[in-house]
Every structure is written in C-alpha cells, then in structure tokens.
Design a binder for this molecule. Structure first.
Ligand code: NDP
Length: 445
C-alpha cells in the first residue's frame, strides 16, 4: 500500500484541507509498519474509505440576536465512520470551524472511539458561531436554530453528538430540549446532558481526569509518579481545568494555565480553589488575567504560551496546533520528560518530531484524551438501561477504560528498549485494526 499515493490523492481532491491532511498523514505514517505486515488490510480501498466520511451534512442556521438582528451561521455534521456503532463525537462552536477542521476531528475520533472498546462509531460537528460575549438568550436561540435542522440526522441508534469547544452542559441542555420537542421522544440522543435529565456523573470532568489517569499509568511504567512533578497545562476550558484539578489531587504542581489571550504562571503551583475560581471567571466572560489580579503568586504574561516554563510534564489542553517545533524545543530545553495531549492534535508534525527525537514520552490525544468519549459511552449505556450510576462507579469505570487504552497502546507500541513505548504507533494500530476488522466484516460499503 503506497501511503504517499493516498495522501497525494487527498491533496489533489481537497487542496485546502490542511488539518485533515495533517491528521491523515500522522495516522498513516504510524500505520506504515503494520500495513506492510498486513497487506490484506488495505484491500478493497479500505484506507480510502476510512478517509472519506460516510455522510456530511451542511446547513444554514438562522437566529435572531438580542437587538432583533437576523444572524446566519453555517452548521455541520460529519458522520465519519459507523462500522463500530452509532456515529459519536462532539459539536464545536467556534469561529474557526469549517469542514477541514471537522473532518480532522472526525478522523481522530474514529481511532479514539475504537480504542475505548465501546460500540461507538465516529462523527463530529459544529458551527462557525462564536459564543463569546453572547447572552444566555442568544445561546439558547442559536442552539434551538441549530437543532431545528440537525434533529433530522441524529438519534440514539443513528448519531449521538456531545460537547466540544464552546459547547458545555448548558448548550447540550438547550440542544437536547429542542431535540426532545421536535422528535417527541426522550432518548439518549445527546451526551453531556444535565444530571437531572439523563446526564452521566463525571462527564464534564472525564476528559481531563482521563488524561491524568493515562499520565499516571505512563509514568508508572517507568517506575515514576506524578507526585511533586511540575506540570504545564495550556487552556482554561473544561479539559484544562479538570486535568489541572486531578493532577493537583495526585500531588503534582500545576505551574501554568492559559487562554487565547495569554498565560498565567505560579511557581509553587495553583491550588484547587484557584482553579475553581478560574471556572467562575471564564463562565462570566473573563480571562486568565483576571485570576492573576486576584490570587497571590500568580503572574500574567500576555500573548505567551506555557511551553518556555520549566516543567516535567506538558499537557496541551487548548486547541489544534497550539504547540509548534519552536515550543517543543523550549520544552526539551526546560527539562520536560513527558508530553500528553489533552486537546485534539495540539502538536504540529514538527513538534512531534522534536519531542520524539529528544526521547520524551509522547501520547497522542486519540489515546490520552479518550476519557470524555468513554464516559459519553457510559452515559449512553445508563440512558438505555434507564439507570444513573454514582460518581464513584463512573470514576471506577473511567479509570478501567483508560487503563485498558494505555495497555493496548503499550501492547502495539513496543517498549522493550527501556524508555516509554511508542504510544503514537500503539494507539494508531490498536484503534485502526478494530475499525478495519469491522469494516471488512461488513463488506464493501
Ligand atoms: P473549551 O471551549 O472549554 O476550552 C478551550 C480553551 O482553549 C479555552 O481556554 C480557550 O481560551 C483556549 N483556546 C482556544 N483557542 C486557543 C488558542 N488559539 N490559543 C490558546 N488557547 C486557546 O474546550 P474544551 O476544554 O472542551 O476542549 C479543549 C480541547 O480538548 C479541544 O481540542 C477539544 O477538541 C479537546 N477535547 C475535548 C473534549 C471534551 O470532552 N470537552 C474531549 C476530547 C478532546 P478562550 O477562553 O480565551 O477562548
């Protein structure tokens, strides 16, 4: 199988889809050895089929703002691969959203969902709507307008969206309410719902907690722990804050957090109260700078990223391509030993090459941030069973799922040379082989 030819075809067909091509190149590069050993896998254009969404829906979203002006946004749902179960993946509301971004996210989701071992296909969707500065009424009207088209394409056995950037419990609640009204059913069609109407305990926490559970396993394999480690976290959103809280609970020193405007640093590490305060600040439209104004020992650095600060462990949890080659060199220089991705594809290809060359333990998002979709899968199970599981029960299962993902990565990523295993190859091979087997078993579709 000539991987270069596959990538070249992507380039010819969609020359502007740079993020999708980056994700595809990364995945196929990691699968190179495996595909050579299993030539039968790539029969029947399996790779080409994997890289082409089963269905893409693009629609107009018309809504009215608080001043009575009519606004028009674009909505999307990419139903990428349904071989393992109903399409599953988040909705992102951010001005940068376009088909390229959603297709890259949907491809990452395909491998990630397969790694969870749960019956989940993969999809991703969203809109170029910018929720920043919008009132609660505007958010509700936008969510209702978005769902007034999306509802035709989803369902508990068809496609089960969840949140992503710009879509949290509140937005999922408004989306679910509209879906319930339009479909006339109360079903588990969205995950990340409020706890009083079918939402799972720990869903908001799951991605960040899962990331730290994965980090704990990875360090343990090297006879090490997170205790006392300096951890640099980027972002101040759902994933970043919950990763920070779990790392603090495990005795680590979380020395940075950030947002799109700048970085906050605290040499002795943030405490849980400060991270809680940051959640309140962000919910009220503030920035990380506001925490620096209130808390002692916290400095703010406008337009800076965390990666030049000395740390042992880096957890990029903000957005795609936030950490480039230059940042990776700064991390290596600062003594960093581990880079585990909380965001989806936060490292450029150049950054990944630098950290691998320097021998850092590197875990890609498709493995390390799978805790969110894993608990979404548990929410689907609870909804089907008409049950609520306690937070401790969900946490126990989340831990077990992350342990299993880590084990699969080690199994397929080697690791007999003394250093950390090749998690990138391990995640790609373990996830891809499961999807490929299901696709082959279902015939040429
Ligand atoms: P949120 O919207 O809650 O938070 C995103 C954070 O990233 C905000 O602090 C935002 O800052 C910051 N940010 C956005 N763009 C930039 C930028 N260009 N430079 C620096 N910081 C930036 O999103 P989530 O926490 O939910 O998601 C974060 C990442 O994790 C995404 O890649 C997402 O796909 C991934 N992910 C999320 C999952 C989930 O369960 N939510 C599951 C798996 C992966 P500001 O507030 O200033 O905009």
């Amino acid at each position: 199988m000539d991987i270069n030819a596959v990538i070249q075809r992507l380039e010819q067909r969609d020359p502007h889809d740079t993020h999708f091509r980056q994700a595809a190149k990364g995945l196929l590069g990691s699968l190179d050895g495996y595909l050579k050993d299993h030539p039968e896998i790539a029969d029947s254009a399996l790779l080409e089929r994997l890289l082409e969404p089963e269905r893409t829906v693009i629609f107009r979203v018309t809504w009215v703002d608080d001043h009575g002006a009519t606004r028009v946004n674009r909505g999307y749902r990419v139903q990428m691969n349904g071989a393992l179960g109903p399409y599953k993946g988040g909705l992102r509301f951010h001005p940068s959203v376009n088909l390229d971004i959603l297709r890259f996210l949907a491809l990452e989701q395909t491998i990630k969902n397969a790694l969870t071992g749960l019956p989940l296909g993969a999809g991703k969707g969203g809109s170029d709507f910018d929720p920043k500065g919008r009132s609660d009424g505007e958010i509700m009207r936008f969510c209702q307008a978005f769902m007034s088209e999306l509802y035709r394409h989803i369902g508990p056995d068809i496609d089960v969206p969840a949140g992503d950037m710009g879509v949290g419990t509140r937005e999922v609640g408004y989306l679910f309410g509209m879906y319930r009204k339009l479909s006339g059913t109360f079903s588990g069609t969205l995950t990340g719902k409020g706890p009083t109407f079918g939402g799972s305990a720990l869903r908001p926490e799951a991605t960040g907690y899962g990331l730290v559970y994965f980090a704990q396993q990875a360090l343990r394999c090297q006879d090490d722990t997170l205790e006392g480690k300096a951890v640099a976290v980027s972002g101040a959103g759902s994933v970043a804050r919950h990763a920070a809280l779990k790392a603090i609970e495990m005795g680590a020193r979380v020395v940075t957090l950030s947002d799109s405007r700048g970085l906050i640093h605290r040499q002795q590490g943030f405490d849980a109260e400060q991270v809680g305060e940051l959640a309140r600040i962000k919910a009220n439209g503030g920035g990380v700078a506001d925490l620096a104004g209130q808390a002692t020992g916290v400095s703010y650095h406008e337009n800076e990223k965390p990666w030049a600060r000395a740390c042992d462990v880096a957890l990029p949890c903000a957005t795609q391509n936030e950490l480039d080659q230059h940042d990776a060199r700064a991390l290596v220089k600062g003594g960093c030993r581990w880079l585990l991705e909380g965001a989806n594809m936060p490292c450029t290809a150049g950054a990944v090459a630098v950290v691998r060359e320097a021998g850092l333990g590197y875990a890609p998002g498709k493995a390390a941030n799978a805790g969110g979709v894993a608990v979404s899968g548990l929410e689907m199970s609870q909804n089907s069973l008409r049950e609520y599981w306690s937070a401790s029960e969900v946490d126990r299962r989340l831990y077990g799922l992350m342990e299993n993902i880590h084990r699969q990565c080690v199994e397929h990523g080697g690791g007999d040379h003394g250093g950390p295993p090749d998690y990138e190859t391990g995640a790609a091979v373990a996830g891809f082989s499961r999807v490929a087997e299901a696709m082959r078993g279902q015939g040429i579709l």
